[in-house]
Design a protein around this ligand. Sequence first.
Ligand SMILES: [Cu+2]
Length: 226
Amino acid sequence: MNTWLISLQNANSPSSELMIFFHDFTMLILILITSIIFFIMTFLPLNKFIDRFLLQSHYMEMIWTISPMIILIFIAIPSLKILYTIEEGHFNKLTVKCMGHQWYWSYEYSDFTNIEFNSYMIPSSDLQMNEFRLLDTDNRCILPFNFPIRVLTSSIDVIHSWTVPSLGIKMDSTPGRLNQATLIMNRPGLFFGQCSEICGMNHSFMPICVESTNFYNFKNWLISLM
Ligand SMILES: [Cu+2]
């Protein structure tokens, strides 16, 4: 549940689930530390037991040096584990290449034939009642769900960033470089994102719209483009 839109978007991919778990876990530790420090700092001047044996004690010194180290290790282990898990990509079965342009995205499905199309934002004046303002595109990036996909991204002109929050992907599109991410979508649906690297005047108007569908529909859509 994300009623007031103050938290992260619901996860639609395994990597996003892992990242949300890690965010919640780290936030728990952070809130605990903040609360304890706030409590200590508030009540320190008020209590009468404080003396130099407490403030300059070597044992106290050791405790507040070693305990942050242990807490940091507890954060580092899941962090590195998730980092290497989401980098994994040897099992990917399909490749989609997302190219950033000023100011639209183009998609290439070069596994089959040279399928390539541009994806422009639908201007507010042309919106239908069921479309999202500043998020819907004229040609969606259609991909199958429950299917490991390799997302390659690069740019034609300046640095862009291919970002879909609910899929847990934020990948810089750098000219002259090819960046890779793994994408497995958990369910069918429309997943929206926006360019996340300030890339010029219309940076805010180059949304990403990923349509997740079953493999049969995806295959038929590909055939219709050939
Ligand atoms: Cu951009």
